[in-house]
Write a protein that binds this ligand. Structure first.
Ligand code: SF4
Ligand code: SF4
Length: 326
């Protein structure tokens, strides 16, 4: 019998599925990317055509003028490949004290993008960079040939600019498992990354975020092809952690897609599960103010168990210090 996420949460504490307070606005600028990683839940790649236009960006900027204390989390695809990226960041960075951009690192070495690293520095953008392992073998397997070498080269550029060294230039890395298992303890992995990247390559960074793979997108296809989907889903359910459930990120985050449609998170965006307005249609950025003043219920499905398994998972890493049983 399938275990429903909603039933489990309602038995624990039904108020968890009510939105609490907007603290992070996550903005997906499109699905174009210079990589095609095997675990990508957005199925992004070089042929991605979805691109947030300037008109939607302007609506987001208008919303932010009335909400200056939010954390802004920019993602994609590769946000740097949106042709209006500079316009958007220049406007947004004046309206927030914490602007995070998720970069895949290798894009910083692409022809015509050599301005990006220095430009980030000048604006004090917090960088959140994907690097799913500190070994070449694991990174290239998940993200493509030569990605590890290029990522190290990009990290060196960022370190030389002060990222990972100066307090106001935060550089965080993201780990996700190479297959269908849960991440190890975040603190321990961070120490391993710091030792390995420091000793072998002289790389420094601030924090490591461990993220559990959601069984959606390309990772779901991998699980299906290998007959492992059911087992992985079972692993997530069996490791349900009530402490992590109390802290799921969708209680304080709203995700916006390239068309301005609103979601409870990036995973719901990938699954096309939008926030629905009072007329029963997908809500958009123009309605965010109204949506927030209502009693917003979080839309869940079986993939939500990836946020509550073990130490929990969010776009900024684990949700509790220790997985159950540790
Ligand atoms: S995981 Fe990130 S870097 Fe890889 S294809 Fe998806 S958006 Fe691009
Ligand atoms: S997948 Fe999204 S909606 Fe579900 S629990 Fe995680 S953050 Fe919330």
């Amino acid at each position: 019998m399938t275990t429903e996420f909603r039933d489990v949460i309602e038995n624990l504490n039904p108020s968890i599925l009510r939105f609490d307070e907007l603290r992070t606005l996550q903005l997906n600028l499109g699905n174009k990317c210079n990589q095609s990683c095997t675990h990508c839940h957005m199925q992004a790649g070089p042929t991605g055509k979805k691109m947030m236009p300037r008109a939607i960006m302007q609506k987001i900027i208008d919303f932010l003028r009335n909400h200056p204390n939010l954390c802004i989390d920019i993602t994609g695809g590769c946000p740097e490949l949106n042709s209006n990226f500079k316009f958007f960041i220049d406007n947004v960075c004046e309206l927030t004290s914490r602007l995070m951009v998720r970069t895949n690192l290798t894009v910083l070495l692409e022809p015509g993008l050599d301005w990006a690293a220095k430009w980030y520095r000048e604006r004090g953008v917090v960088l959140v960079a994907s690097l799913p392992c500190y070994t070449k073998e694991n990174v290239d397997k998940q993200r493509g040939k030569s990605v590890f070498e290029k990522s190290i080269a990009a990290l060196r550029i960022l370190n030389e600019l002060g990222y990972g060294y100066e307090e106001e230039l935060e550089l965080n890395l993201v780990y996700n498992p190479g297959a269908d298992f849960l991440p190890g303890p975040q603190e321990q992995l961070e120490a391993d990354y710091k030792r390995e990247l420091g000793e072998k390559y002289g790389i420094r960074f601030n924090k490591l975020f461990t993220i559990t793979n959601a069984p959606i997108g390309r990772f779901r296809q991998y699980l299906e092809v290998n007959g492992r989907l059911e087992k992985y889903q079972q692993l997530l359910v069996e490791n349900f952690n009530p402490d992590a459930a109390e802290n799921i990120m969708c209680r304080s985050l709203v995700s916006v897609d390239y068309r301005g449609v609103l979601y409870n998170c990036d995973f719901n965006q990938a699954l096309r599960l939008p926030i629905i307005d009072s007329k029963g249609i997908p809500a958009t950025i123009e309605q965010l103010e109204d949506i927030l003043s209502g009693n917003l219920e979080i839309i869940t499905s079986e993939h939500c168990f990836c946020c509550t398994a073990g130490a929990g998972s969010s776009c900024t890493g684990s949700l509790v210090n220790k997985p159950l049983g540790v």
